[in-house]
Design a protein around this ligand. Structure first.
Ligand SMILES: Cc1cc2nc3c(=O)[nH]c(=O)nc-3n(C[C@H](O)[C@H](O)[C@H](O)COP(=O)(O)OP(=O)(O)OC[C@H]3O[C@@H](n4cnc5c(N)ncnc54)[C@H](O)[C@@H]3O)c2cc1C
Ligand SMILES: *[C@@H]1O[C@H](CO)[C@@H](O)[C@H](O)[C@H]1NC(C)=O
Ligand SMILES: *[C@@H]1O[C@H](CO)[C@@H](O)[C@H](O)[C@H]1NC(C)=O
Ligand SMILES: *[C@@H]1O[C@H](CO)[C@@H](O)[C@H](O)[C@H]1NC(C)=O
Ligand SMILES: CC(=O)N[C@H]1CO[C@H](CO)[C@@H](O)[C@@H]1O
Length: 553
């Protein structure tokens, strides 16, 4: 994207529309007098190693240092004097543009369609520039720049976190949007799929379908690859194979100093462990090598029930959790809204009314949305893709966990339903009450595959979550009060009944929640030591705009 004349930081007269060479003449002319000679030596001594580290062609490198050395604001920054961070960020963006190429950096005024290409309106922001890397080397150069300029930044994969600032950032700040790193490659033996972090699960599963395999990923096609896996990653077949993170063979990652490295069982095993659910704390992952699972053809049905059937549905769900879930091929998707319950019965092989689902068959549905069929992982994914609105809206989610406890399910559901209906009445907000089954085999698969930092209990349990949609910013507090009160209810009633589990799935964690703090003291201490080892300057804690970051724990 060309740098445009309507930049808000400098007088328009100083600007031309043009490419690299013009941008530098802009820096040269836009910036105030050169730093004094003593500073200049200091500045040069810091600048040169940085420019060298970018490994640019010699003339480009020379041109970049010539321009940067004249920037008095950068000089002030490097000399520890007062500087203007918004001006520094503009120069940082131009320096990234020089490092990656003009087409890989969208500078002011940025393309709002691009930055708003996220899921929740509550996350719309306007960064100083959007960096669109096309390779791991681009990511490395971008991080070297961010580190050198001390820029605030955010990283985006699929943009489906509804938490403001997690994958969005305002000016002054840099958004690294990984959407161009969306490759899907499968190994010759079909055992490993290599995924770019900016892919989306619908595209991933579509690419794998012809090979007759899948991966443990995300259930909704629009959701991004990196966010799902780094938060653990719950999929239909996690009861059989474990979480997405448990099925990663290797992470390729760029560390805060720009080093491109790998984390797997043999190489950097401590980092490998930490990345299996430790979130955005360690670097930018540029490739996930996932073990495939030999599952393509599956059996499923989806039925919708009236509210009077919900007690029976909850009872069937608890019964299936206690008995049916021992058939690890079976899983249940249970999404309850105030006026209807949707139940998906899913089996990871062709079948005919699997016995595992016996508790459900006798409850009469209002509608059979998808009749029992032998379909594919892809056909199920495509169906699920139509169940979520992509219209611009505000969103949130929230989580809590408990043991299998029918009475608790009923009590919290009753509490939630009344509030959800009142707030819907008042604001038009829609919300769901979802029980996600976590069979003990899911936990055991994680242990068998080398362990992860989540600290899950080795029992059948459930992760409650809610998806919340609404339209008006003025209603934020009123709407969010319902999921907040509901998660408190899970804790209060759960503790009374001895059924509360102090675990929060990161991928369902709302902005004010703290999933990492529930991984257990020992795991948190280990995660922090991995963070200090691989990010000694703690750049991902200090410069990243927001996120479930370890420094907050
Ligand atoms: C409709 C819907 C369905 C969902 N279904 C599932 C599901 O089936 N299973 C499940 O586990 N979760 C699910 N989730 C939750 C989902 O995993 C989280 O919302 C996740 O944050 C989304 O990932 P993303 O890449 O789209 O998000 P983003 O908002 O792009 O990123 C999320 C976080 O990851 C960081 N990040 C992104 N890329 C990288 C990278 N390459 N390196 C380091 N950090 C990075 C970001 O900075 C941010 O903190 C769902 C969410 C929604 C809204
Ligand atoms: C802005 O971004 C959108 C979405 O990525 C893209 O379709 C559009 O072409 C971009 N517009 C310009 C002017 O580059
Ligand atoms: C699915 O395939 C299985 C095994 O091939 C078969 O027994 C069953 O009847 C089929 N189910 C449906 C719903 O077609
Ligand atoms: C809530 O759901 C109804 C019915 O599906 C829909 O018409 C409405 O647009 C939704 N509202 C919001 C805020 O999502
Ligand atoms: C990819 C995507 O969902 N983009 C949407 C983001 O929000 C803008 C603004 O409403 C929409 O126009 C895009 O379609």
């Amino acid at each position: 994207m060309a740098y445009s004349a309507t930049n808000s930081f400098f007088p328009a007269a100083m600007f031309d529309i043009g490419f690299l060479c013009c941008c530098f003449s802009i820096i040269g002319s836009a910036l105030t007098a050169s730093p004094p000679p003593t500073n200049r030596v200091l500045v040069q001594s810091k600048l040169q190693p940085f420019v060298n580290s970018l490994a640019l062609p010699p003339t480009q490198a020379q041109s970049l240092s010539n321009k940067l050395v004249q920037d008095s604001n950068l000089g002030a920054f490097l000399s520890g004097k007062d500087y203007q961070s918004s001006l520094l960020l503009v120069v940082a963006c131009l320096s990234i543009q020089a490092s990656l190429g003009a087409e890989s950096v969208d500078t002011l005024p940025i393309n709002q369609t691009e930055t708003e290409a996220n899921w929740s309106q509550g996350c719309w922001r306007s960064p100083t520039c959007v960096v669109l890397p096309e390779s791991a080397q681009d990511v490395s150069k971008a991080l070297k720049n961010i580190r050198f300029f001390g820029s605030k930044f955010a990283v985006r994969s699929g943009g489906h976190s509804p938490n403001p600032g997690f994958s969005s950032i305002d000016n002054p700040g840099i958004l690294i949007d990984l959407q161009k790193l969306n490759q899907v490659q499968i190994s010759q033996d079909k055992k490993v799929a290599s995924l770019g972090p900016g892919g989306r699960w619908g595209d991933v599963l579509a690419a794998l379908d012809p090979y007759g395999v899948s991966v443990i990923g995300g259930r909704i096609p629009q959701v991004g690859v990196a966010g799902v896996i780094l938060g653990g990653g719950l999929f239909h077949f996690s009861g059989e194979y474990g979480l997405a993170a448990d099925n990663v063979k290797n992470f390729e990652i760029v560390l805060s100093d720009g080093t491109l490295t790998n984390a797997n069982a043999d190489s950097n095993p401590d980092l490998y462990w930490a990345l299996k659910g430790g979130g955005a704390n360690f670097g930018i992952v540029t490739r996930f090598d996932l073990y495939t699972i030999p599952v393509r053809d599956i059996w499923f049905q989806v039925a919708i029930y009236t509210p009077d059937k919900i007690p029976a549905i909850l009872a069937a769900f608890a019964e299936w959790q206690n008995k049916g879930a021992s058939d690890v091929k079976s899983t249940v998707a249970l999404i309850i809204a105030p006026e209807a319950a949707t139940v998906g019965l899913i089996y990871s092989a062709p079948a005919d009314e699997p016995e595992a689902f016996d508790p459900f068959y006798s409850i009469p549905p209002a509608t059979v949305a998808v009749p029992a069929n032998n379909g594919t992982v892809l056909s199920l994914t495509n169906i699920l893709g139509t169940t979520f609105s992509n219209a611009p809206q505000r969103h949130d989610y929230r989580g809590s966990s408990s043991k299998v406890d029918l009475q608790l399910y009923e009590e919290v559901y009753t509490f939630w339903r009344e509030q959800a209906m009142a707030v819907h009445e008042a604001t038009g907000a829609n919300m769901t009450f979802t029980l996600q089954p976590i069979p003990v085999n899911l936990v055991d698969q994680g242990i068998a595959k080398g362990g992860n930092p989540l600290g899950l209990p080795r029992i059948n349990h459930q992760w409650w979550t809610t998806l919340v949609d609404w339209n008006n910013a003025e209603d934020d507090e009123k709407v969010r009060a319902v999921p907040i009160a509901t998660s408190e209810k899970w804790k209060e009633l759960g503790e009374q009944r001895g059924s509360y589990i102090p675990f929060l799935f990161m991928n369902d964690g709302s902005r004010d929640q703290s999933p990492l703090s529930m991984y257990g003291a020992e795991n948190v201490a280990k995660l922090k030591s991995v963070s200090r080892k691989y990010d000694p300057s703690q750049m991902f804690q200090k410069l990243q705009s927001n996120g479930f970051l370890l420094y907050k724990v």
